[in-house]
Design a protein around this ligand. Structure first.
Ligand SMILES: CC(C)(COP(=O)(O)OP(=O)(O)OC[C@H]1O[C@@H](n2cnc3c(N)ncnc32)[C@H](O)[C@@H]1OP(=O)(O)O)[C@@H](O)C(=O)NCCC(=O)NCCS
Length: 183
């Protein structure tokens, strides 16, 4: 792999770019404070905007590492920052990246996350030299599985009691796409 870090990715409706501290208000209003969006997350909803500011500062600090991929999703039409997509794990040995994402509930059901994920998949395969992209979701969160499915990530199995999120321990579905799947 040849790491490039969090570079700007553009799609028809979205700009994927690095976080800035100015994103704190949109992020807090749109997803970090939401019980609904964080239902299946490993972190609790942010109680106040300072928690979001601290989180964003941490993200900004991590951009110094070339193998850090953490995009904020900017919606062109509304001008708002509406979600986040990131690489949550990299296995150098197998050229594998694990992806995670969340989106403001006001923008659910418009195919926004598949659009963002497709751009990230293309970038990782074509420019970073990743060979396998995987993701997991709670079995009770099939919406997330649909996003992966729409992007060509195949079902590989269900791992029993392998995850923990704001609901407690859960069974996790794993899906993945290989570079050769889209060649
Ligand atoms: C999962 C998530 C990213 C989906 O993003 P999205 O941009 O809405 O994705 P899509 O528009 O492709 O919709 C995916 C599925 O969500 C469901 N959905 C659509 N609109 C919805 C709505 N208004 N409310 C609830 N669910 C809806 C549908 O089942 C849809 O599948 P379909 O297109 O086959 O009908 C988003 O729901 C989210 O951020 N959820 C909370 C965070 C999360 O769960 N992240 C993943 C953790 S593994």
């Amino acid at each position: 792999m040849k790491h490039l870090g969090t570079v700007i990715l553009e799609t028809e409706r979205l700009i994927l770019r690095r976080f800035t501290l100015d994103d704190a208000e949109d992020a807090f209003r749109n997803w970090t404070n939401s019980e609904k969006v964080t239902k299946f997350m490993t972190w609790p909803p942010h109680e106040n905007i300072d928690v979001t500011r601290g989180y964003i500062q941490y993200c900004i600090d991590c951009y110094d590492n070339a193998d850090n991929y953490n995009w904020v999703i900017k919606h062109r039409e509304s001008g708002q920052v509406i979600g986040n997509i990131s690489i949550v794990g990299i296995t150098e040995l197998t050229d594998c990246a694990k992806v995670g994402y969340c989106l403001s509930e006001r923008f659910w059901g418009m195919g926004i996350m598949p659009e963002a994920l497709n751009a990230v998949i293309r970038f990782l395969f074509d420019e970073v030299g990743v060979n396998r992209i995987e993701a997991t979701h709670d079995v009770n969160n099939p919406k997330s599985g649909r996003v992966m499915e729409k992007c060509g990530m195949r079902y590989e199995g269900t791992m029993r009691q392998a995850g923990r999120n704001n609901h407690g321990i859960c069974d996790k579905v794993i899906r993945a796409i290989l570079k050769e799947d889209i060649e």
